[in-house]
Design a protein around this ligand. Structure first.
Ligand code: KL2
Length: 418
């Protein structure tokens, strides 16, 4: 029998953004007390390890006792975990389609979740799901994203994303919608060119879904398995909102592997113009939203054919996006600097899973003339602590008796201040 390993809630006090303080277990920040003018919700991101992928890559699980690898053993554990944490939103990856239809969806529905699913393209057995509590949200829109494009030779991989627009259910108050995105980017450590393009496609979809009538963006939560490590160029691009990729080897983008000998460097631009996505990660031809005419008709305005991008920027090696995204986790233990990991098997123990969110900005003065998109903010209240590789090997790595995927679930509690 393998022992269990404890994870605890870290309550975060962020009045002072520069100095995020972690209050220990069970210490609730006094200003974080629940109040009627707030909408609090929790989000889980979890790669649940598709059974077919487990069996196709069985060399990664040689350290495991055979019985813990059976789906009939794993699924009840995963469900127990989901039920225990009781998150309001679940972003699941590696959700195998047959299991989704027969077991996963029915079980989650009986726990009060509404489930949306996007299967990978091609002959891939799995996909991404976003499930949310009926009691907390109503569904405004479902936006699947396929990263495979027949007309773009670069995009020959079957990964997908899913973007939902959710309306918080609050009695007697108006609230903005919340945009929740989930993805599982390409694994191949050598193909950073494809990973970055997949990310740009997801960001473009989020941008179009999160756009509100007044031109600002609603709050955003972007979860998933990005198959990229903290500090890598792909990760930095998400957090910084910009990346100069000039001279960068395609195998260095995700930071999963060290060697980049004999590798191509990223071409400029990375993706061809016919993808229809600018270097700012927005769709180049955006339909204007429907406007309500004085007589009450909903009429489509003329499609806006103006390119969002300035021509001069076209051939530079700079990528940008206009969200300001923070990571729920900080990826290293505060005292020792030892890395946290989100996945662990016999070949690697690294962080590749994330919950990113548009953070509430405090006291940021708008610069006159600066081109800023207002993005609705969330406050991070708490996160479930992660573990180190060493912690995980004390319970025989992943999956084990109690943790039934080769990834750990990530969990965050957010507040939308109304
Ligand atoms: O890294 V993962 O596991 O997010 O946990 O994403 C991919 C890998 C997943 C979907 O493609 O399958 C795993 N070596 C190791 N793992 C692999 C490989 C491989 N060659 N191919 C797929 N996966």
């Amino acid at each position: 029998m393998e022992g269990t390993i404890q994870r605890h809630w870290e309550y975060i006090c962020n009045h002072n953004k520069e100095n995020t303080k972690i209050l220990g277990d069970e210490n609730v920040d006094p200003v974080c007390e629940d109040s009627e003018s707030n909408f609090d919700f929790s989000v889980m991101s979890y790669n649940i390890l598709s059974q077919d992928l487990l069996e196709d890559n069985s060399h990664l699980y040689k350290h495991c006792r055979r019985p813990v690898l059976h789906w009939s053993f794993r699924f009840p554990n995963i469900l127990k975990e989901i039920k225990h944490f009781d998150a309001d939103v679940l972003c699941l990856q590696e959700v195998q389609e047959d299991h989704y239809g027969t077991e996963i969806r029915p079980s989650l529905e009986s726990l009060g979740y509404h489930c949306e699913y996007k299967m990978r393209t091609g002959r891939k057995p799995d996909g991404c799901a976003i499930c949310f509590k009926h009691s907390k949200f109503s569904l405004l829109s479902v936006n699947p994203v396929e990263f495979y494009r027949r007309d773009v030779p670069l995009l020959d991989r079957d990964n997908v994303g899913l973007v939902l627009l959710l309306q918080p259910k609050i009695p007697s108050a108006a609230s903005p919608a919340i945009c929740v995105a989930n993805t599982h980017l390409l694994y191949n450590p050598r193909r950073g060119d494809i990973k970055l393009t997949q990310l740009a496609m997801l960001l473009a979809e989020i941008s179009s879904v999160a756009h509100q009538k007044d031109g600002s963006l609603c709050p955003i939560v972007m979860c998933g398995d990005f198959n990229s490590v903290p500090g890598s160029p792909l990760y930095s691009f998400i957090k910084e909102g910009k990346l100069n990729y000039e001279g960068l080897a395609i195998g260095k983008v995700s930071g999963q592997e060290q060697s980049s000998r004999g590798q191509r460097i990223l071409s400029i631009p990375i993706w061809p113009p016919n993808l229809g996505i600018s270097q700012n990660c927005v769709y180049e031809v955006q339909q204007l939203p429907k406007v309500e005419k004085p007589d009450g008709d909903l009429t489509q305005t003329e499609p806006d054919k103006t390119e969002v991008l300035v021509t001069a920027e076209k051939l530079s090696s700079n990528l940008q996006h206009h969200f300001s995204l923070s990571s729920v986790y900080s990826h290293y233990l505060p005292d020792t600097g030892i890395p946290e990991v989100t996945t662990c098997h016999s070949r690697s123990a690294i962080t590749v899973d994330y919950i990113f969110y548009s953070a509430e900005k405090e006291g940021v003065a708008e610069q006159p003339g600066a081109e800023v998109t207002l993005v609705g903010g969330l406050k991070l209240l708490a996160r479930l602590s992660l573990l180190t590789e060493e912690d995980l090997w004390t319970v025989n790595g992943l999956p084990n008796e109690n943790n039934s995927s080769d990834h750990l679930p990530l969990l965050a509690k957010f507040r939308l201040e109304l």
